[in-house]
Every structure is written in C-alpha cells, then in structure tokens.
Design a protein around this ligand. Sequence first.
Ligand code: GRF
Length: 208
Amino acid sequence: MTRRIAILISGRGSNMATLINAAQAPDFPGTIELVISSHEDAGGLALAREAGVPAIAVPRKSYKGKAAFEAAITERLDEAGIDFICLAGFMRVLSSDFVTAWDGRMLNIHPSLLPLFRGLDVHEQALDAGVALSGCTVHLVTPELDGGPIIGQAAVPVLPGDTPDTLASRVQKAEHLLYPAALERCLKGEIGTEPQMVQSGEILMSLR
Ligand code: GRF
C-alpha cells in the first residue's frame, strides 16, 4: 500500500525538498501529497509548490492555543487523506494527544546523534562537548521530545576549526542522504530486518 505523506516544516525546507525528490521515483512506497508550514514566510513553501506539491501555511500565530493550531493542521491532513507525517524542521513541539494519534506514523529528523544533544543549539552543544563525530538521527516521534525509537543515523566528522555553521552544513549533507533512505525503509516495513549501512565520502549511514 502506498502511503499519502505530509511534510511539516517551518523554514527553508531543504530536507523537505530531498523527500519530495526521492518520492518522485516510481517505486517509492509513498507520495508527498501536502506540505504544511507553521510560518507563512517559510522558504520551503515556494520550493514545494515549484515541485508541484500543494503547500499551505497554518501559522501558529493565527491560533490562540496549541489545541486550535493542531486542530487546524489535523483538518488539513484529513482533507488530503494523509496517513503518514514527516517533520522536517518543524519548530513547534506537538502535544502528546497529536503525537499519540500518529503513533508509528510520524518521523522526525534531528541534527545530532541522539540521545546526545536534544533540543536547540545542537551544533554548539556538540562543539562544546568536544565530540569527534556528530551527525543526524531519524526517529519515530513520541511524546518525549527527540526521544522516540531510532530508525537510522548518519555520522560525520567534527573537524578542527569547525563553527556551528560549518558543522551544521556538513550534518545537513548527511541529513539529505539519511532522511529519504530512512523514510523509504520505514514505509517498506524493513526496519528491524537486515541493517543497512552506506558509506558516502565522509558520511557513514546506518539504518536499523
Ligand atoms: C534540520 O537541521 C533538521 O535536522 C532540523 O531542522 C533543520 C531543518 O532544515 N530538525 P531544513 O529546513 O530542512 O533545511
């Protein structure tokens, strides 16, 4: 069964773009049907539309509370018949009611090797900790922030002289490799079968 996927964003949408691109392959086990942004000026909205994907803003600031904001998102998801969600730089913490309703059907990408460095300012945290590797994680979303089951991770080196920006851009290259691969494997139900490892330049990716 091919899944009908929505991507939730708040910003530039580079991960969103890689997911849209990957899902254009004829054998991809899902189609990207909708992009929703919590910010009306998110760059990703235009990118999605250019790629032919319906993209709408559901601005957080237009709603008094989280419940009304999430109800508006749910209405849009239902209208589009969505059955799987990818969070890709969505800068709002979703309520446990929302998350529970999408249990096992919502992925997120986080720019660290979880469980290290949850939350924000992740690259500063990694540099401050003096780690020699950093990377990114795709995980199922659970009510615990950045705490859901790990689907896959990709590691990159931390290099001498790195700043949060240079590390972020190296990690983003890894994100763009990891997220489409993790989504595909997850949708195909291959998680937990044969682990898959890919080395590409300085990126080492491992999917469960
Ligand atoms: C990524 O670094 C992702 O890991 C984090 O937010 C960022 C989104 O970047 N959750 P983009 O909008 O996909 O370029």
